[in-house]
Design a protein around this ligand. Structure first.
Ligand code: COA
Length: 158
């Protein structure tokens, strides 16, 4: 398959996201990892910081391009001249949310398909918000976040 878009807030990028990216690189010739402008999440890292972090982490995957977008994901996917959204699915609770999102996207853009990969069970229960909370309270979350991201987060959340 040719090209897919994996979008997220990535605030911060976790090993769970990296696992999905790695799986995507094996399925698609080209994978666009797109940082969503999601003001409602009030991100800790700026869009530029998240783009730079993703670029540094994904240099080892030659078929990954890092980008960002605002507005509707389906419009962005079309602009990239593809019709595939990649998502990771981990738990039953993910399923409900992913189901809603995929069906809403399909209702407004029937030509676009969402393809799911089963994400690694090791990271099945983490969320960026919980990781930030744990780091701000002094926990070591190196199991879930690359070392350089943990360090950057620690500085930000001081
Ligand atoms: N490993 C670890 N954590 C994961 C994960 C994985 N594989 N997949 C998701 N998560 C975590 C995320 O870190 C995030 O944590 P948080 O809520 O504490 O920040 C949470 O699970 C939800 O992640 P995700 O589902 O990827 O949400 P998101 O906010 O990162 O991205 C968009 C959602 C960007 C795809 C969606 O909001 C979107 O499409 N926005 C554009 C506007 C639009 O088109 N809206 C209509 C949608 S129908």
């Amino acid at each position: 398959m040719n090209k897919a878009v994996y979008a997220g807030t990535f605030d911060p990028i976790t090993k769970g996201h990296i696992d999905v990216i790695e799986r995507g690189t094996k399925i698609f010739n080209n994978l666009i990892v797109a940082v969503a402008d999601n003001p409602s999440k009030n991100p800790t890292f700026s869009r530029e910081e998240r783009i730079n972090q993703l670029k540094a982490i994904t240099t080892k995957y030659p078929n990954v391009k890092v980008d960002s977008f605002g507005g509707l994901l389906i419009d962005y996917v079309r602009k990239q001249e593809t019709n595939i959204i990649l998502r990771g699915i981990r738990t039953i609770s993910d399923f409900e949310y992913e189901f809603q999102m995929a069906l809403t996207n399909r209702a407004i853009a029937p030509d676009i398909e969402t393809i799911f990969v089963m994400a690694c069970e090791k990271y099945s229960y983490i969320s960026s918000r919980l990781l930030k909370e744990a780091i701000s309270l002094g926990a070591d979350v190196g199991l879930f976040v690359p070392a350089e991201i943990q360090e950057a987060l620690r500085k930000k959340l001081k």
